[in-house]
Write a protein that binds this ligand. Structure first.
Ligand code: B12
Ligand code: SF4
Length: 475
């Protein structure tokens, strides 16, 4: 029997959907599935020996793939028999595969795009690499499996992860996916590249049937603590009929507080009312920039100030807590534009407003724009920051870079307590503080506000464990 180990280099409060979705596929194909958080090479090494692992599975965004490659190198030095596969949104980008190829990665195969059909095919048909699953020495993919029908999938299986991660298992609020895909073309987001790559593989938007979602949540309620649900889909509402059916069935069959991501241009008062009646406690949505040129021409968000304000007013009038997302350090942005973003957020009165620094991932339209307009140098793209917290690598002056980093950390506080932003004394004082100190301040403020947003409860010991974990990672 094949013995597969998912090795995870990250620890956070976020559910591990790729593992949950791929575990049932692997089990059906006759594999035994394990999961480990790699605290050190030695700990993974020991696990591999103890459980006689033969296949390593890594899942990663772009930001961590070189770390997985280094880990694989160390593990292969000790266990030459291992076969390893890296999948996820990172390696789905050709530019990232080129980078791994250039660093002579020891990883054996890459999964480009969805893993369900690819792994089934691989393990059930003589371990031949084809379609989405390619050798790491091959850059291009000849053809892809059609997109999976999300309603034909077995329920995601959380057991291997929860067995190893008790904080995730005991989290009162857990994350789910209601479907897959987003058709918009925002220039800083990978969806435009993914949709282009898999053109012809099926419809971009694939919603799970409402009954499927209800069954999935009930299955989790049966097995683990669950007091609230967060749907992590890029955008949760695309279809009016589905949206109202969801709200109605959620209220009658589940009833737990829940949360999701929305686009302001999709919602109207009827929908917000339905959400509020179905116990939707909070939503996350994006303003991105307070400057209409940057928002619509550079970021391609396709929404006016009026749309933004209308959305905020509706959420506030129905008492739905909300978190806004914003980007700063946009190519060509001035400090005055960041201030416009703060102003539009203050006007929107969110429960919490976050700002993140634009990271120029390879392949994004916004990265190409930044290169073309000389806002970033190509050589700087080799070592992009792991997260949006680290600072901008665009061609801002050193002084501007520091201001951007400080404003990112202060953004939620400026929006939450406008006095600190509007009053010259407070503003100047806060901006003179050290950026690393501001980062801690930001983590504490955002951590507290976010726990309110998702109503994270639990006993003191559990809260302490959460705080410890929260202070140990970047997002
Ligand atoms: C939830 C989420 C988060 C969560 C974290 C989730 C987590 N567990 O770590 C948070 C909010 C923290 C987050 C942060 C970031 N995120 Co995010 N996030 C998502 C989101 C919305 C869902 C991810 C998910 O679980 N999807 C569901 C699973 C089932 O899909 P999947 O991961 O693609 O897995 C499938 C395939 O990729 C494949 N597969 C995956 N792994 C493997 C492994 C093997 C072995 C195989 C064979 C196949 C395989 O099979 C799976 C099933 O079909 C996606 C967008 C999206 N809709 O997917 C963005 C997304 C993944 N995030 C993205 C980015 C850029 C980030 C940040 C880097 C942003 C930043 N600049 O800081 C940070 C990184 C933080 C960090 N520390 O790493 C990008 C990644 C692009 C890229 N090239 O990597 C995405 C795609 C958004 C986008 N459209 O641009 N994110
Ligand atoms: S709407 Fe959100 S998820 Fe969709 S393309 Fe734009 S940023 Fe990406």
């Amino acid at each position: 029997m094949v013995r597969c180990l998912f090795v995870d280099l990250t620890t956070s409060f976020y559910d591990r959907h790729p593992v949950y979705y791929l575990t049932p596929v692997l089990r059906k194909a006759g594999c035994e599935v394990f999961y480990i958080q790699a605290r050190s090479v030695d700990s993974v090494d020991e696990f591999i020996q103890r459980h006689k692992i033969d296949t390593l599975l890594y899942t990663s965004f772009s930001n961590y793939i070189s770390n997985y490659s280094l880990l694989d190198y160390e593990l292969k030095k000790r266990h030459a028999h291992l076969f390893s596969i890296l999948g996820g949104p990172g390696v789905t980008q050709r530019e990232e595969r080129e980078m791994l190829f250039a660093m002579n990665t020891t990883i054996d195969a890459f999964c480009v795009g969805e893993g369900e059909a690819a792994l089934k095919d691989f393990f059930e048909n003589g371990r031949v690499l084809k379609k989405n699953l390619i050798s790491s020495s091959q850059l291009d993919v000849d053809s892809y499996h059609p997109y999976v029908d999300v309603n034909s999938l077995d329920l995601p299986d959380r057991s291997v992860v929860y067995k190893k991660d008790q904080i995730l298992r005991d989290m009162p609020v857990k994350q789910f996916m209601g479907g897959r895909g987003c058709p918009y073309k925002c220039t800083y987001c990978h969806n435009h590249t993914i949709n282009e790559l898999f053109k012809g593989c099926g419809p971009v938007i694939r919603l799970k049937d409402v009954d499927y979602i209800i069954n999935e949540v009930r299955d989790v309620i049966k097995r683990y603590p669950l007091d609230g649900v967060v749907f992590q889909d890029d955008i949760f509402f695309f279809n009016k009929k589905w949206s109202f059916e969801f709200a109605e069935k959620w209220a009658s069959k589940i009833g737990l507080p829940w949360s999701c991501n929305i686009r302001p241009d999709y919602i109207n008062e009827d929908l917000i009312r339905a959400l509020s009646e179905s116990n939707c406690r909070s939503v996350t949505w994006s303003i991105e920039s307070g400057n209409e040129f940057l928002r619509n021409k550079v970021l391609d968000r396709r929404m006016t100030d009026e749309t933004v304000i209308n959305c905020a007013d509706l959420l506030n009038s129905y008492g739905i807590a909300h978190r806004t997302g914003n980007i700063i350090g946009i190519p060509g942005e001035k400090v005055a534009n960041i201030k416009e973003t703060i102003e539009l957020n203050i006007r929107s009165r969110p429960t919490i407003a976050n700002a993140h620094i634009f990271v120029p991932f390879k392949g994004l339209k916004l990265t190409d724009y930044a290169l073309k307009e000389k806002h970033v140098n190509r050589e700087n793209l080799v070592d992009i920051p792991d997260t949006y917290f680290e600072g901008t690598i665009l061609n801002f002056s050193d002084k501007e870079k520091l201001v951007i980093r400080k404003m990112m950390f202060l953004f939620p506080i400026f929006v939450g307590v406008p006095l600190f932003y509007r009053n010259k004394f407070f503003y100047s004082f806060l901006m003179t503080l050290n950026d690393n100190f501001l980062e801690i301040l930001n983590k504490l403020y955002v951590g507290y506000k976010t726990s309110r947003l998702f109503r994270v409860e639990g006993n003191i010991l559990f809260k302490f464990k959460m705080l410890k974990r929260f202070l140990s990672f970047g997002t």
